[in-house]
Every structure is written in structure tokens, then in C-alpha cells.
Design a protein around this ligand. Sequence first.
Ligand code: MN3
Length: 240
Amino acid sequence: MNRREYLKKTLGGAALLGATGMMAPTGAAASELMELMYSEERGEYTLPDLPYAYDALEPNIDAQTMEIHHSRHHQGYVTGLNNAHRKLAEARASGDFALVKHWSREVSFHGGGHYLHTMFWQVMSPDGGGEPRDADLRSAIDRDFGSFAQFKSHFVAASNAVEGSGWGILAWEPVGSRLIVHQAEKQQNLSPWSSTPLLMVDVWEHAYYLRYQNRRGEYVNNFFNVINWDKVAEWYKAAR
Ligand code: MN3
């Protein structure tokens, strides 16, 4: 049994705790993300293909931003994550842990980046937008936020208010059995330990600056035109 089979059989989503330090999807979503994010054959994290062309989300998100974001920024997180694990293996082999704090931080930062970007590409679609069609997800949004409109206002406000670089995130919080909206600063800070991300918007400037300059609010509003609610509903079902 290889590592992936072992993890699927025993731990489910806990496998991804190693990458991010905080957030673990479960069940079907975990298997899907493992396929996208990691190559068992190569023994390292890998950059997933986008599920659509770079220009597919025009005009809401421009092709040049998508290409740079995926091929350079996301690739950078994958490279950084693999490098951090290599450096920690070297530290264990040599017994020299002088830089353990640095490489531990790198695992969280780049792991968070790899994980959130992989999900981010999946929760957008050229056929996206509108409101969730899935009845379970829709009723959970109504229950936990009051209405879809109130959810959207909350999500947009939280995303716009991220200080510096980070993310707005809709997540399933299993302890309270509820959907929550939270922020992440950078890729890894501020995130609740127990929650499973379902929908996220990248509000680093690299995600919108070419088209929107400093108008983050306009970008987040237009993000709602490309949300792939069917994917969010699928992950909601898996998380529960
Ligand atoms: Mn980004």
C-alpha cells in the first residue's frame, strides 16, 4: 500500500493537514484534491492544470492575470512547498535544526497557497454565477446567513476587509454544524482549525490588479459572476 492508499483508507482528509497546518477537507473532496495537488509517482506536490482556458473567465478575470497567477504564482507555492519539505528532511538527516522555524513557516505558507489556489481554480467556471441550485447548500446558506443576499454581503465585506494579502472564505464548521465566512491573511493566518473551506476568493493584488487596479470591491463582486456553485455544493456534501 503506498502513502496515498494508506491515507485514503485511514485518515481521509487529514493527509492535507501536513500541507496547510490547519484545514482538512474530508471524503470525496480530499481524494479529488490529492489527485490534483500531489504526484505519488514523483513523490512531490505538483501544479494542477486549470479546468478551463486562461481566457475563459473574461471579462470578469482577464487572461493575462489568470496565466501569471497560475503558471508563476501557484507554481511558486508548489516549488516552495517541495523545497521546504526537502530542507526539513535534510535537517533531520544532519541533526541541524537551526532553520526549523523558517522551514516550518514555509510549509504553512506555501502549503496554504498550493491548497487554496487548487480549490480556487475549481470554484470558478465560465458557466458559473447566479445562485446555488443545490437545495441542501441553498437551505444551509439561508439558515446560517439569513438569505443568499446576506451571505453575499457578508462574504464580499469580509473579502474586501482582508488586511493586505489574503482570502475571503466560505467554510463548513463541523463542531457547530454551520457554514461560516472567515478571512485568511497571506495563505495561512486567521483560519479556524476545525473548518473545511468550500468557496474562496483570492484578494492578493496579483489576483486582480492588472484589470481592477485598487478596486478590490469591484473584482470581488464580479467574482460572483464566475462562481461554480455546483462544485461548492459537491464539496459541501463531502464535508458534511
Ligand atoms: Mn494568488
